[in-house]
Design a protein around this ligand. Structure first.
Ligand code: ADP
Ligand code: NI
Length: 223
């Protein structure tokens, strides 16, 4: 499998094709197009940042959800492991693989009270792109797609949102989908690392606020 002569561009193209095949028909909002959007948005955010290693950035963006813990019995190492296996098969340098593993390990939101540990610019950019795809119009659509895929209620006024202080508590939660807006999505704009991420998050945040207002008004037959 080892190919000594692949260019970085070829490695990225091969990775995209591999993910497209694996995740084309995933229906929880973690499909190939999520990976594609995070990749595109990461490149956009990177334009305004300096000293970004674009090869690491692009691969981390594409591979960040290759084996999410939510779909692997809570196993947080499934993602880094799957990314390593794929990148080793392409002969990618071990230092680059380690960096990508670290990004995948730390990118996931782990609860309102849990700080995100990402200290490289590549990790911070992929984080912001991933969280931007969780908010705004696409974020709303993905959230209901996820809730449906997990058999969750859309909304139950009697079940209140919780702000989780540990990853364990966040992981085990199975509340209605509307609660996810309060438990995660509305918190994301204040957790952006990059300047571009902060600017883009603001508009997407406002769209969610408007959506929720409309949702409650319609729920009560007030519109
Ligand atoms: P992260 O990349 O921070 O780990 P996730 O993969 O948990 O993010 O979430 C990505 C998207 O999946 C969320 O933005 C949301 O749309 C959906 N999702 C995840 N958990 C839930 C949930 N408990 N209820 C509704 N949607 C969820
Ligand atoms: Ni993601």
């Amino acid at each position: 499998m080892y190919d000594c002569c692949m260019t970085n561009e070829e490695i990225i193209t091969k990775t995209k094709k591999y993910l497209e095949k694996l995740f084309k028909s995933e229906s929880s909002g973690h499909d190939y197009w999520h990976m594609y959007r995070v990749w595109k948005l990461s490149k956009y955010i990177a334009k305004k940042e300096s000293n970004v290693d674009m090869f690491t950035l692009e691969l981390a963006a594409l591979l960040h959800d290759i084996a999410d813990w939510k779909f692997h019995d809570g196993d947080e190492e499934a993602g880094p492991r799957a990314a390593r296996k794929w990148l080793e098969s392409l002969g990618v340098d071990n230092k680059v693989i380690e960096h990508i593993e670290d990004i995948i390990r730390n990118i996931s939101f782990k609860g309102a009270g849990v700080k995100t540990k990402l200290d490289t610019i590549e990790g911070q950019i992929v984080h912001d792109a991933d969280k931007l795809d969780a908010i705004g119009a696409i974020g709303i659509a993905r959230t209901f797609a996820y809730g449906g895929s997990k058999g969750r209620l859309m909304y139950d006024p009697d079940i209140k949102p919780e702000l989780h202080n540990t990853f364990e508590a966040y992981k085990n939660n199975s509340g209605p989908t509307i609660n996810h807006f309060y438990e995660k999505l509305l918190l994301l704009k204040d957790r952006m690392f990059t300047t571009t991420g902060k600017v883009l998050a603001k508009d997407r945040h406002d769209i969610m606020e408007k959506f929720l207002q409309e949702f409650y008004a319609e729920w009560e037959g007030e519109k």
